[in-house]
Design a protein around this ligand. Structure first.
Ligand SMILES: [Zn+2]
Ligand SMILES: [Zn+2]
Length: 870
């Protein structure tokens, strides 16, 4: 009997599990760190985890065989498959289905928020998934420990227990863990389970870490509580109460399993051994004969700065640390870009750029910048089983462009840094703002400051600090959905998007705002503006100015009151709606076409439909070329000409995700278990709540009017379709005709004519200029002196402002002074030999014997000159 249980409550302790007792585990408290843990070894006093206990698996294999990355992954997946779990495909590392975070941090992220909240069933139950995860918080530790990674695979098996349907819970989870470890030759007496509560994302639960040979291999989380200020359970100061769902959330670190199985000195040697050899060969560095010993010392040392390395060994380990960073960061980059992140200043793109720039810096530091693409390619080949072959070239292109930008930033950065240094202190806020505003790395600031004798400290956790600022989405202030206590309005526009007229009854009316029992008026939403039109009541036309949705209730804003209970006949402004429907459907087609032409990284970043011009913002890493725009238009036209059906279907979220992937969420993430899926033939699929045409042929055609970069990583396509597109073309034709009329040529001859006119105009301009010069010369040569004082002749001439600067070149008469006047400027040229120009007081710069600038009064000057000569 464990007394401890009674001190908390009369209930059994949540981690006092039968499975532990049945397997001979006892609960103990670690003498060093104070954690509770379970062990079969009665005499054990420490929890087993480094640094309470040493790593004992390096050089001394604890597993019964050596397994590589994929072998270990398959071993795990198949073990759980054999035990009734369904293997599901990995999710992208860019968390498209979530509003709160950008990157996937753990396998449970795949199922948040809709599955974990109980709103949507999981894709399988129980399931197992090999989920690539990215943890930017660890970025500054990569390279420092031989063990931290920003990129890893979390092997997770999950079970979702509902109040009325239990799958399995704690005992089975620990049982599976012991079972899987046993297949690798790890017997239960080699394992300790260290208790550690878990909290995250508003949920909490009890958890155990699975420790073998000093290393934490896995965490088993039993998520069954949610945050609740009145909750009865307290974890780390936060109160929790039980939730109806009980979720098994496990995370097995694939890289750590491989490390242990291979008994290599570091996790990097186990995963990236071939990559390290490749990088060393590029650097022409030989592996020292005592390589394993050096790395082992480094990895296991508590204080990495106090290892008894000799000078050469230090030099080598410092290179190895950089190599570790390269191997880790390139994998993170490859997965992020493959999964659709486009480097930029915002969201996942910000994080991609952060890690890319650190990689660029390190390769430059090692003088490997010529090998950037080979290095990335090496990594790509290593992980290609989990990557999309279609994305390879796009990823390479993105990296090429990002490297160019990095180089530009470096060049521009020097001046910015110098300026900032002059202004004053270089504190952490300044370093962050230099990075965020200009992309300038703190190390660069440090180097330049050093050359000025200024010491700049970079915080050890600089990158995790800036990453954490950008890792979570800004809590988008979702407009509190105002709910109105009325019967839901029946949306007739969903039943039939072509309904132009309908009958309905007024169920609410107040101050120009009315609700009907049913309506064909589309309320503003999903980037589609509201319908306009009118209602007829007792033969009177009442204008509908705006339509909005509040929860399930649709409100009409009208220009005169109608009594509740009135029967009305509604008429939609069909011309407007029809154009909106065409432009809306065109947005889907254009997005598909842009993806086809530019690559799969293209994602909708925003859209606004309108009657005339609509816009679609897409993520793309460079300016879209003219040929590409034309290609996009042609792709769109193909789909229109095929006249494929546009199908709308309400689907289960899971089923839809399974069938179509996360492209569904291009236009945003709708809530709820059911989503409205709009399918354009076999081309585009999106979750969308707008109104669409029923076949693509109705759109006629799509014309892109303009493309502009609206921000780093986002391009805007402004376009129109159907009659709107025709009007645009007609307008352009009109401009063309008017222009050709002016030039009196046929429109098709316009470019040639314009070119000819332009070059003629340029020639004439040149000719004009040289004639004017000739004229000026003659004028100067033939002028008579205005006055003569002591043999010095004073000339005066009035010329065009534009010619003033030319005069000094034309006038070179000895014993003479020339005063030339323009409207706003003038010049005095002094060949008097008496240095008169220096003696009279003129505001402006005197160059040798020439002054050009604003001249004072003419008589005043002549008088002054006269006085000086006398
Ligand atoms: Zn301990
Ligand atoms: Zn739509």
């Amino acid at each position: 009997m464990n007394l401890h249980i009674f001190t908390i409550s009369m209930e059994r302790d949540p981690l006092d599990l039968d499975v532990f007792h049945e397997n001979g585990f006892v609960r103990k408290t670690c003498k060093k760190c104070g954690a509770k843990f379970w062990t079969t070894d009665q005499s054990r006093e420490t929890c087993g985890e480094f640094p309470c206990d040493p790593y004992i698996f390096i050089d001394r294999p604890l597993m019964n065989r050596k397994l590589g990355f994929y072998e270990m992954m398959d071993e795990f997946l198949h073990f759980f498959e054999k035990n009734g779990h369904k293997i599901i495909d990995r999710y992208p590392v860019v968390a498209r289905w979530r509003k709160d975070v950008f990157l996937v941090n753990a396998s449970i992220y795949d199922f948040q928020p809709h599955v974990t909240s109980g709103q949507v069933p999981p894709p399988a139950n129980p399931l197992v998934v090999p989920q690539p995860c990215i943890r930017m918080v660890d970025i500054d530790d990569v390279g420092k420990t031989g063990r931290h990674l920003t990129s890893f695979i979390m092997l997770g098996h999950h079970a979702f227990n509902y109040p009325d349907k239990k799958v399995y819970w704690k005992d089975e989870t620990v049982g599976y863990c012991l079972g899987f470890l046993d297949t690798l030759g790890i017997k239960k007496d080699m394992v300790t389970f260290k208790e550690k509560p878990w909290i995250g994302g508003g949920n909490g639960g009890y958890a155990v870490e699975v420790i073998v040979g000093g290393l934490e291999l896995a965490t088993l989380v039993f998520m069954d509580m949610k945050e609740d200020p009145n909750g009865s359970v307290e974890i780390e100061g936060i109160r929790f109460s039980p939730m109806p769902m009980k979720i098994v959330d496990t995370g097995y670190g694939l890289e750590r399993f491989v490390w242990m199985s291979q008994a290599e000195p570091s996790v990097f040697d186990a995963i990236y051994g071939d990559f390290i050899d490749y990088l060393l060969s590029l650097l022409k560095i030989e592996k020292p004969h005592n390589y394993r010993e050096i790395i082992k010392k480094f990895v296991t040392a508590l204080d990495k700065n106090k290892i008894d390395f000799n000078e050469n060994e230090w030099k080598f380990i410092n290179t190895i640390r950089k190599i570790h960073i390269i191997t880790d960061h390139t994998r993170t980059i490859v997965f992020m870009l493959n999964d659709g992140a486009v480097p930029s200043n915002v969201k996942a793109g910000y994080l991609a750029r952060l890690i890319l720039r650190r990689f660029f810096r390190i390769v430059e530091d090692l003088s490997l910048q010529d090998k950037i693409y080979d290095i990335i390619d090496f990594q790509w080949r290593k992980f290609q089983r989990m990557l999309d072959p279609d994305m390879h070239d796009t990823v390479m292109d993105m990296i090429k462009i990002e490297y160019e930008r990095y180089r530009e930033t470096k060049e521009k950065g020097i001046q910015i840094i110098e300026k900032t240094l002059k202004k004053g202190k270089m504190d952490i806020d300044t370093l962050i703002s230099l990075y965020d505003t200009y992309g300038i790395l703190p190390e660069m600031v440090q180097e330049i400051a050093k050359s000025h004798g200024i010491n700049v400290e970079i915080p050890e956790n600089f990158r995790s600090m800036v990453a954490s600022k950008h890792e979570r989405a800004q809590e988008e202030k979702e407009e509190e959905e105002e709910k109105i206590d009325l019967e839901p309005t029946v949306p007739l526009y969903y039943q039939d998007p072509y309904m132009k007229e309908f009958d309905a009854r007024v169920i609410y009316s107040n101050d120009g705002v009315i609700a009907l029992d049913r309506t064909a008026f589309y309320p503003e939403g999903g980037g589609q503006p509201a319908d306009h039109g009118y209602l007829i009541h007792n033969g009177i036309k009442i204008i509908v100015k705006d339509v909005k949705k509040y929860g399930d209730v649709i409100l009409h804003f009208v220009d005169s009151p109608i009594e509740v209970g009135s029967e009305v006949h509604g008429v939609i402004d069909w011309e407007r709606r029809s154009r909106l429907m065409k432009n809306h459907t065109a947005t889907h087609i254009l997005l598909y076409s842009a993806r086809k032409v530019l690559g799969k990284h293209v994602w909708q970043a925003g859209a606004q439909k309108d009657v005339k011009l609509s816009r679609l913002d897409i993520t793309h890493y460079k300016k879209i070329g003219e040929d590409e725009l034309k290609e996009i238009e042609r792709e769109a036209l193909k789909i229109i000409m095929e006249n494929v059906p546009v199908q709308v279907e309400w689907m289960d979220r899971n089923e839809a995700e399974k069938m179509y992937g996360f492209k569904l969420y291009e236009g945003g993430i709708p809530p709820g278990e059911k989503i409205r899926v709009v399918k354009i033939g076999e081309y585009d699929v999106e979750g969308c709540g707008g109104t669409h045409v029923s076949r693509t042929g109705e759109i006629g055609f799509i014309k892109i009017v303009k493309e502009e970069r609206i921000q780093d990583g986002v391009s805007r396509l402004i376009f129109s379709s159907g009659p709107g597109a025709l009007e645009i073309i007609q307008n352009q034709e009109k401009l063309l005709n008017e222009s050709s009329d002016i030039l009196r040529v046929q429109p098709e001859d316009l470019p040639k004519a314009v070119e000819r006119f332009f070059s003629e105009w340029k020639d004439l301009k040149k000719e004009n200029e040289s004639l004017r010069e000739e004229l000026l010369k003659i004028k100067i040569e033939t002028m008579k002196p205005e006055r003569e004082i002591k043999e010095i002749k004073i000339y005066r001439i009035n010329v065009d402002d534009n010619d003033i600067a030319k005069i000094p070149g034309f006038f070179k008469k000895e014993k003479s002074i020339l005063i030339a006047y323009g409207k706003n400027v003038g010049t005095i040229i002094d060949y008097s030999g008496a240095e008169i120009l220096n003696k009279i007081d003129l505001k402006g710069k005197i160059n040798k014997n020439v002054f050009i600038g604003k001249l004072p009064d003419l008589n005043e000057i002549i008088e002054k000159i006269g006085r000086i000569i006398k």
